[in-house]
Design a protein around this ligand. Structure first.
Ligand code: NDP
Length: 460
């Protein structure tokens, strides 16, 4: 066997790369990791974690309203954006430090450098001006925001920059209708900015259940976000008073910040994957098999760079499965079916399994159970927000195929629902679970009446 510097070299110290590196190192392998930015990757540095802090910060505006409704006198309030950003950065630095410590404690070497493949076993550390060799290589470089090319796009920002704005913008135009767009629209709105959400399609959150999409769009508008659908940018112009978005509808929209949340692309450019012979798909994602192995025998890839399900816990499980297979003598694949996800919009969404449309397409006859209600806390102080709960059930087998919730705490609820649904729970078993009272979640186990759409009511 050739004599390599490392048994495993991991390119990218995000969620997937760090998990794989730690597990391999703890099994006794000689492991090196390269990270060109900061250890922790998108999730810790400029994604899930700082985003959640921003959501927490922005939720206080609703909490103050609710507090008044419950008899509190809430005095003058203001939000200090620079102070919040500073505190957020301290916490992110702490978490990134923990990742570094964990890697080191496991025995892995960390190179703070960009890494480029020279061939299937050789890596150039371009910042460190060093070259090393490895028996096995794991690509875990994640993704990058992508923006369409249009005149004036250089005036727009992405979520990367949104975490470091010097001031809270008075007016924000968020472009896109996916996870990041609805989450940041809610964040800026909650913090007091005037927010417009601009989406090119007929309804936000394509891919989610249609009831969820409509319900959330309505709730965003109820909270004061202006949602413009079926519309795209022609160009962006910088003026003395801000930015003007020229829209293809012929309208102009003046704002202070234009944030594009128009998807993310696998970060494979300039990595030298061609030199190693690694095949990419037409979106630039590394093509892998169920074991996350590429077409090259000693190279694997996990996480967003493979563009399978682009979520942190999925990257972690893919990284862990790779390490168990290659360094733990336990061939392991990650099952990408029934992965629950949460959108931290305000109100948030928890979703697992099939949408109604997908279930009808795949199973033919299905039963729908649906509840829309004002949460108890809202009714007390006259809040108008509604929670939506929906179950999609296979009519023939009575298996629960999907569960979708829009409302407070739905991300917490969906984790539990996912366990039962992944185990193949039937509606009868689901209903035999006694309610927890008084909660919103109890509604999930007390939906007995099949939903009949109004237009076919009375026909059967
Ligand atoms: P998404 O793929 O979720 O959404 C992208 C949005 O941008 C879609 O609405 C899409 O429209 C629109 N879009 C794409 N291209 C253009 C264009 N050229 N012009 C106008 N609109 C365009 O991507 P995000 O950036 O929101 O998030 C990336 C991924 O990160 C998510 O898919 C998710 O996997 C992950 N993520 C997860 C989070 C969570 O778990 N809570 C939070 C944030 C991100 P259309 O629908 O018409 O294609």
């Amino acid at each position: 066997m050739a004599n390599y510097d490392y048994d495993l070299f991991v390119i990218g110290a995000g969620s997937g790369g760090v998990r794989a590196a730690r597990m391999a190192a703890l099994s006794g392998a000689r492991v090196g990791v390269a990270e060109e930015h900061r250890v922790g990757g998108t999730c810790v540095i400029r994604g899930c974690v700082p985003k959640k802090f921003m959501v927490y910060a922005s939720e206080f505006s609703q909490a103050f309203k609710a507090a008044e409704g419950f008899g509190w006198t809430v005095g003058e309030r203001s939000f200090d954006w620079p102070k919040f950003i500073e505190m957020k950065d301290v916490e992110i630095a702490r978490l990134s430090g923990i990742y570094v410590t964990n890697l080191k404690n496991a025995g892995a070497d960390i190179a703070h450098s960009r890494a480029v493949l020279k061939d299937a076993h050789t890596v150039d550390l371009t910042d460190d001006k060093a070259t090393l060799t490895a028996d096995k290589i794991l690509i875990a470089t994640g993704g990058r925001p992508s923006m369409p090319e249009l005149p004036g796009i250089e005036h727009a920002i992405t979520s990367n920059e949104a975490f470091h704005l010097p001031q809270l913008p008075r007016r924000v135009l968020v472009v896109g209708g996916g996870y990041i767009a609805v989450e940041f629209a809610g964040i800026f709105n909650g913090l007091g900015s005037e927010v417009t959400l601009l989406y090119r399609g007929p309804n936000i959150l394509r891919g989610f259940d249609d009831d969820v999409r409509s319900h959330l769009a309505g709730e965003l508008e109820r909270r004061g976000i202006k949602v413009i659908l079926g519309c795209e940018h022609a160009s962006i112009e910088k003026t003395e008073t801000g930015l003007v978005s020229h829209l293809n509808s012929g309208h102009d929209h003046e704002t202070d910040v234009v944030m594009f949340a128009t998807g993310r692309e696998p970060y494979t450019a300039g990595l030298g994957l061609d030199k190693a012979g690694v095949k990419l798909n037409d979106r630039g994602a590394v093509i892998v098999d169920a074991y996350s192995k590429t077409n090259i025998d000693n190279i694997w890839a996990v996480g967003d760079v493979t563009d399978r399900i682009n979520l942190t816990p999925v990257a972690i499980r893919e990284g862990a499965a790779f390490a168990a297979t290659e360094f733990g003598d336990t061939p392991t694949t990650f099952d990408h079916d029934m992965v629950a996800s949460a959108v931290f919009s305000q109100p948030p969404i928890g979703s697992v399994g099939m949408t109604e449309a997908d279930a009808r397409h795949q199973h033919g006859k299905i039963d729908i159970y649906k509840a829309i209600f004002r949460p108890m806390k809202m009714t007390f102080y006259g809040g108008e927000e509604r929670t939506l709960m929906k179950l999609v059930v296979d009519a023939a087998t009575q298996k629960v195929l999907g569960c979708h919730v829009v409302g407070p705490d739905s991300p917490e609820m969906i984790q539990m629902a996912a366990i039962a649904i992944k185990m193949g729970v039937t509606k009868q078993q689901w209903d035999s679970t006694c309610a927890v009272h008084p909660t919103a979640a109890e509604e999930l186990v007390t939906m007995r009446e099949k939903y009949v759409p109004p237009n076919i009511g009375g026909m059967g």
